[in-house]
Design a protein around this ligand. Sequence first.
Ligand code: DX5
Ligand code: ZN
Length: 230
Amino acid sequence: MTKRIEIAPSILSADFANLGREIERVQIGGADIIHIDVMDGHFVPNITIGPPVVASIRKTTGLPLDVHLMIENPDRYVDDFMRAGADWISVHVEADVHIDRTLRYLKECGVKAGVAINPGTSLTSLQEILPLADFVLIMTVNPGFGGQKFIPSSPNKIRKLREIIASNGYKTRIEIDGGIGPENLRKVLIAGAQIIVAGSAIFNPRKDASEAVKELKGIARQRIRELKVD
Ligand code: DX5
Ligand code: ZN
């Protein structure tokens, strides 16, 4: 199992009028990736941003942009998001009928290809495509909104996926998204999560975003130290 743990602030909870400054703050705190939530009002009951905003964000940071497509027919839009500067793209297994083709295409284009999976969807739906995916994004809340409560059965799902990946010798990494903060980060890391998305725990009016990232990075570092001794 890889001993790298990355923190990916989700800009969904950031101040959109000051996005450049918000991204700068998390970068100062040591963010590894910027997570961008794209919602279409169909696949999820919310609408967020599209390729032009991703292109603007691209100009403000050198960090990898991780674009999470919570949209129907994501294959129709991946070119637009790649052109806008996405480095990682995840499509939902529930939303893409031809997901094998989409993942192969993303990889051919040199983008990290991810498959996202809702809390109510079984891991068995990943069986055929797991070897193709650079990462799996396990939703630990039902997608659509920031600030929701972490679903308690999630660590079990993470653990199961980690075992499937390890027993098959795949290189697929595990990203998790939803309801993560300093209070439950350790638990999901022990379960096997490697890329941690956090929105409201970082972009929170009661906290400085850079300090919030530093706190999560500190918990991740502690876990890496433990893995090295194991
Ligand atoms: C939810 C989004 C998440 C969201 C996480 O549908 O995919 O990325 O921003 O927000 P928190 O960390 O507040 O649950
Ligand atoms: Zn997301």
